[in-house]
Design a binder for this molecule. Sequence first.
Ligand SMILES: C[S@@+](CC[C@H](N)C(=O)[O-])C[C@H]1O[C@@H](n2cnc3c(N)ncnc32)[C@H](O)[C@@H]1O
Length: 212
Amino acid sequence: MCAFIVANTATASPGLVPELRLHLATELTPLWRSTAAVLASEDMPPPFWAFAWAGGQGLARYILDHPEVVRGRRVFDFATGSGLVAIAAAKAGALHIGASELDPFAAQAARLNAALNAVTLEVALRDVVGEDLTGYDVVLAGDVFYERPLAEAGTRWFRELARRGATVLVGDPRRAYAPTSNVELLATYDVPTSREIEDDDLRPSNVLRVIG
Ligand SMILES: C[S@@+](CC[C@H](N)C(=O)[O-])C[C@H]1O[C@@H](n2cnc3c(N)ncnc32)[C@H](O)[C@@H]1O
């Protein structure tokens, strides 16, 4: 898995987060095709982990510019993908970083990317939606409102976590199913994106605090 990730990506920095280096797809089609070929038989998802999504980039930028949000705290990055938000939190001084993914390739890519940036992450390969995440003070999620079931379940859960006292921040490039109530807008960034995945060169991305 590690060899596949390294062979099908290049080391690059996301446009809004030049401090970090990640294994990323620099040309969409070859990776998508080769991944599909390799993974089709195993019924695996497309390589979301090979892109630094606009929501994740905005949230990572916010964390790096406001390190006090995570410094010395225990932080969980839900649906970590490439690990970019989790890595930003580690760089900003978080005490411990946990993360979750459903895609084993993403979990492995996040670990590789953490090593590339000289930080460590603990990635759980399971669905933690609905769990209390006991012991975590801050919950982060980059770009998770792109499909309705995940967005609805995620939003309900984020509110529960906020009610139990966690700081919950999400990065969202105005996806269709993003919550519009019980959120506080903290920042908006114009994120450089690829036309192949976002139909635009720049995408506004909001950083929202979820209110319980
Ligand atoms: C659009 S990507 C965002 C990745 C990363 N947070 C970023 O901003 O670049 C969405 C990711 O969510 C993951 N995902 C979807 N549902 C999930 C769930 N219930 N638990 C954990 N990860 C999930 C997918 O595998 C995918 O990697």
